[in-house]
Design a protein around this ligand. Structure first.
Ligand SMILES: C[S@@+](CC[C@H](N)C(=O)[O-])C[C@H]1O[C@@H](n2cnc3c(N)ncnc32)[C@H](O)[C@@H]1O
Length: 279
C-alpha cells in the first residue's frame, strides 16, 4: 500500500470533497432534527489531520488549494463553511499549518448522539487517526477494510432497526485497479441495505472512459458533481475530480454547483469548468 494522502492533503480535490461532505452532514442534521441522530461512515478515513509543513506535504498541492482558499475573499457559503473549519483547527490564527481530513471535519460537526466511524487499512495511519479523534468520544477510527466493514455496519443497523439513513463517504486512493468496481458495488449495496442512506463517492477525473465505466455501475438517483481544472487531455494526470452522490438530499445540486464552480473558477486554468448533472 503506497498511497499517502499527506502528499495531497488540502489540494483542490480535498476542497471539493470536504466542502460537500460538510454540507451533506449539516443538511442531514437539519432534516433529522428531533427525529434521531445522524451516523456517518467513512470507508477510507486516512489520518484525520495533516501538517502541511511536514515531509509528507512535499508535493505542495496545498499551496494551489487550501492556501489559496484561505487567502480568498467573498467566499460562497459552502466554501466559507470549510474555510471556517480550517481556520478553527489552526486555532483561528492567520497561518494555515494544519488541514483537517474527513474524520476530524465530521467529528467536529457531530451534534448530540450523532456518530462517526471511519475505517483505515494502513497501521501507521490508523495510529494517526486515533490521535486525531482522541478528543471526540462519538467518533471512532477503526482498523479494517472500509468497503467490507462500513457495509456490514449499515446492514447490522438495518437489522437492529437503529440509526437509519446514514451518510457514507467512499474515498479510495484508486491505486488498485479494482477500486472503481469496489466503490460502485459498495455504494449500491449500501443503498440496497438502507434505501434512505446517502452515499458520496469521490473519484479523480483523468480519462472519461474510466469515469463512464464507474457511473454505469450505479443506478437510482445519482448526482454527479465535477470540478475540471483543465481539459482532460492527459489520462495520467488528475485534471479534475468528482463527487458522485447516491440519494442526494434536496438542494444538493445547487450546493455542488456552488462548490465545484468556486473551485474551478478560482483554482483552475482558463477553460476550467464545473459540471453538475444527474445520470
Ligand atoms: C484518499 S485517502 C482518505 C482521505 C480521507 N477520506 C479524507 O478525506 O481526509 C485514502 C486512505 O484509504 C486507505 N485505504 C486504502 N484501502 C483501504 C481499504 N480497503 N479500507 C480502508 N482504508 C483503505 C489508505 O491507506 C488511505 O489512508
Amino acid at each position: 500500500m503506497n498511497y499517502r494522502h499527506s502528499f495531497h492533503a488540502g489540494n483542490f480535490a480535498d476542497l471539493v470533497k470536504h466542502a460537500l461532505v460538510l454540507w451533506l452532514l449539516r443538511t442531514r442534521q437539519a432534516r433529522m432534527q428531533g427525529r434521531g441522530p445522524v451516523t456517518v461512515f467513512d470507508t477510507h478515513a486516512g489520518a484525520g489531520l495533516y501538517d502541511l509543513t511536514g515531509d509528507g506535504a512535499r508535493s505542495r498541492e496545498a499551496e494551489a488549494g487550501v492556501l489559496k482558499l484561505m487567502a480568498s475573499q467573498d467566499l460562497p457559503p459552502t466554501i466559507a463553511a470549510l474555510a471556517a473549519e480550517v481556520r478553527a483547527v489552526n486555532d483561528g490564527g492567520a497561518e494555515t499549518r494544519l488541514y483537517p481530513g474527513s474524520p476530524l471535519l465530521v467529528a467536529r460537526a457531530l451534534r448530540g448522539d450523532d456518530a462517526y466511524c471511519g475505517f483505515e487499512l494502513n497501521p501507521p495511519v490508523v495510529e494517526l487517526l486515533h490521535q486525531a479523534l482522541v478528543d471526540y468520544p462519538y467518533a471512532d477510527g477503526l482498523a479494517g477494510d472500509g468497503y467490507v466493514e462500513a457495509l456490514s455496519a449499515v446492514q447490522a443497523a438495518v437489522k437492529a432497526g437503529v440509526r437509519p439513513a446514514p451518510l457514507v463517504l467512499i474515498d479510495p486512493p484508486f491505486e488498485r485497479p479494482d477500486d472503481y468496481v469496489r466503490a460502485a458495488e459498495t455504494a449500491m449495496a449500501v443503498v440496497r441495505a438502507d434505501p434512505k442512506a446517502t452515499v458520496a463517492v469521490w473519484t479523480p477525473l483523468k480519462d472519461l472512459e474510466t469515469f463512464d465505466g464507474f457511473l454505469r455501475r450505479l443506478s437510482g438517483d445519482v448526482l454527479v458533481a465535477e470540478a475540471r481544472l483543465r481539459p482532460l487531455t492527459n489520462p495520467m494526470k488528475m485534471n479534475g475530480c468528482a463527487m458522485v452522490v447516491l440519494n442526494p438530499p434536496p438542494g444538493a445540486e445547487a450546493a455542488a454547483q456552488e462548490i465545484c464552480g468556486w473551485v474551478a473558477d478560482t483554482l483552475g486554468d482558463a477553460g476550467a469548468r464545473a459540471e453538475v448533472w444527474r445520470t
